[in-house]
Design a protein around this ligand. Sequence first.
Ligand code: PLP
Length: 819
Amino acid sequence: MIRPLKLPEIAKICEGSLTSNQQDLEINRIFIDSRQVFQPSKSLFVALQGAKANGVNFIPELIEKGVKSFVIPDSFDPQGLDANFIQVANPHKALQAISASLRDHFEKPVVGITGSNGKTIVKEWLGQLLQQGFSVVKSPKSYNSQVGVPLSILEIQAYHQVAILEAGISKVGEMQALGKMIRPDLGIFTNIGTAHDSGFPDRRSKIQEKLQLFKDSKLLIYCSDQEIVREEIERNFPEDRLIAWSDKEGADFTRIVKKEVTETRLIFIKKDLSTHTFRTQLRDTASLENITHCIIAALTLGLPAPKIQEGLNHLKPVDMRLTLKAGIRDCLLIDDTYNHDLGGLRVALDFMKQQRPKRRKILILSDFLQQGEAAQIYQEATEILKNHQLDLIIGVGKEIQTLENHQISSFSWFPTTQSLLVELKSFNFENDLLLITGARIFEFEKIVNQLQQRIHGTTLEINLNSLTHNFNFYKKLLKPQTKVMVMVKAFAYGGGAPEIANHLQILGADYLAVAFTDEGVALRQQGIHLPIMVLNPAEESLSLCQEYQLEPVVFSLEFFQLVGDWSKHGGQAMKIHLDLDTGMHRLGFEKAHMEDLKELIQEYPQLSIASIYTHLAAADESHEKEYSISQLKDFEEMSAEISAFLPEKPLLHALNSAGIVAFPDYQFDMVRLGIGLYGVEVTGNYSSELQSISQLKTTISQIKDLPAGASVGYSRKGRLPVGGKIATLPIGYADGYDRRFSNGKGYVLIRGKKAPVIGNVCMDMVMIDVTAIDAEVGDEVLIYGAEIPLAPLAEAIGTIPYELLTHISTRVKRVYFLD
Ligand SMILES: *Cc1c(COP(=O)(O)O)cnc(C)c1O
C-alpha cells in the first residue's frame, strides 16, 4: 500500500459504518484471499462474495489467526465476533473505492494499458524496459479485471517511480469503473481484435468503451494503422494529447522495420526528423507491434535510448503461453492449449513459422468460443490459415466444421476431442511440426499428452514457474534497491546450471556465482551474460576468468598478490571480489590482515574491487543469532575500512537464503540467494511459501512376488518374513539416490502411496516393498518432490537437503517446464 490508513478513514472512503475499539489502528495491508495471512494485526480482510466462496465464512478462522479488521456486507451480522468491522452496502465497491483513494496518493506516472491483444505482454515488457531506470510496479499476472485492478493498485508502494496497470473488460459499462481507479497519466491502446465481440453491439462501441480508460490521460499512445482505431481515437481526443505511431509516413513516430539475419532493427523517425534505432531479437509481427508500444512509452517517460536498448538486450518473450515439447517419433509440438482466439492463433502460427522445418506442418484447432459473429470470425480465420501454408488442418468442434466450405487444403474434422483421440494414430505423425491450439473446454492437453515423447527411466523435472515463484518470494523480503546474486554453483544445486541461469537472467537477477571457473566458462558458452563471481578460482584458471569475463574471489593476501602480479604482467585490469572471514573460518581475510590488504590494494590498482562480502556460519540456527549479528557487525566495520580506501564504492553483501529471512536489516547492497530458490526454506519459518522446483521421478522396471522368508538384494539385507511383492527401480546411488536410504530409511511414492526401500540400495537400482500397493510395471515413481519433501528425508539419514539435491547425478535427464 502506498500509505497506511486508519480504520475511520477507510470507513469514510467506502461510506461504511465502523464498529471498533481500535480507532487508531493503522492498516497497511488489505487482502481478499483468506489463505494469505501475514502481518495479521495490521491487515484488513475484505469479505467478497465470490462464485465459489463467500468471504464472510472465513472471518472466525481469520480472527483466530490474528486478523482484527474486516470489511463486511450489511447483510452479515458480526455479533459475538471480537474484531473491528466496517459494514458496507457492497464490499466489492468498497475495495474499489479504497484502491481509487490510494491511487490518488501516488504522484508518479501511472501507465494504463488496454486493447484486445497483447495487454499483458506490453505490460510485462514495458516493465522490463523501465526497470533499467526506474523502480517499477505493475499488475501481477493478468490482473486486469474489476477485482484484479484494485488488487494491482494495492501493490503500489510509496517508493515506486512508475506504475503500469492493465485494464480488461468484456462488456459495456465496465471500463468506467476501472478508469476511475487507474486514472492513467499515459495511456497505451494496443489494438482491437475479435475477442469479446459478443459483449458489444459492434466494434466501434467496443473501442469507445475501451477508450473510457483514457478520459483524463495526458497522453495516449496508439498505432494509427488500424483505420477504425485511428478514427475513433482522433474523434474523441484533441491532437495534442495523442502520440501515434505508424509504418506509414507522417505519424509522430514513423516506424521502419528491417529484419536481418540475426536481429531486427526498428528505426523510428519523429516529426522533427530526429531518429532512434533499436535492435531486438523479436521477429514476428505481433511481438514487434507490442515492443513498439513499449519503446515509445519508455521514450515518452524519459528513459534514455541506451537504457531502452539495454532493456531490449535482456528481453525475453514472456507469457506467450506457448511451449515447445518433444513429441513421439521426432515430432515437435507447440502446445497452445491455453488461449484461443484469432489474435492468439496469429501469434501461434507466427511462432510455428520460426521453428526449424519438419516433414509436415500440422495444425490441430478447436472452435473459437465466446466471440460474437461466427460467420465473420471463421471468414477471418480462413484468411489467416490460407496465409500459412499448412499441410494438414484438423478441426475439432461443431462450428469449425464450416472451414470445410472454405476450400482449405487437407482438412479433417472431428466433432469432439474424444473422437479425435481415438483416431490419432491413423495420422501417422512422424518428424512433423504440430501446433495444438484450442479453447480450454476442449481439453486439448489430452492430445498433447498422447503425442508427447515419454521419457523412460529416471528424470529430474524442473518447474521454472516454481523457480519464478521462489525468486519473487525472496524479492518481496528485500528492499527494492537490494540486488540479488544467485548461487548456481554445483550445477545450480543439481538443477542444471545453463537452463536455470538463463531463466534467472529473464527474471532479472543481478549476479550469478559459481564455485569453480569451469562452471562459469560453461555458462558463458551457453550465452549467459550476467556478471559471474567465482568463489574458488584456481591460479591456473585466471586466464580463463579473463577470457570469459568471470570475476574471481580473492580470499588471502598471497592470492591477492598472485592475481595482482598476473594481471599486472598481462597488462589487463580485472574485477575481483573480497571474501572477509568474520567467523565462518573457511576462506577469507581476517581482521589481522586489514593493514596488509590495504597496502596490496594500493600496490595493484589494476584490480578493481567489485564487491566485498562475508558468509554467515549459522544463519539458519536461531539460537546462534548473537553469533551471526556479531559477524555482521564485524563485517560492517571491516568492509567500511576497506571501502573508505577505494576509488569506487564496492557492493557489500552478507546474507544467504537463511540470512535474508533472519536478518532483514543487513541486506547491504546485495544478497546471495541459494537453496531457497531451489525450494527449501532452511529456517523453517516460511516453508509453506516456497514451491519445490524439482521432482525426481522414475518408473518401475519389474515386479516380483516373493514367498515367505525370501531375502532381497545384496548381503540379503532385505527380508520378507511372510512374503510379499517388490518393485525394482532403475535408480541407485550412482544416480544420487543415497545408499543410506537402504532398509526402510527411505521411501518413494507410487500411485500416491508410500512404499519403503527394502534391502540395500544398489549402484544403479533399488528395490521397493509394494506388497500393499496395486502397482504395475511402467508406473511412475516419485523419488523427491512436493509430496516427498527433502528436509525430513535428509534428516532421516543424517544429512541436509543441500546434499541430496547436489548429488543427483548428471546422468539423470533434466526436463524443464514452463507453463
Ligand atoms: C553457497 C553459498 C551461499 C548460498 O547459501 P544458501 O544457504 O544456499 O542460501 C551464499 N554465499 C556463499 C559464499 C556460498 O558459498
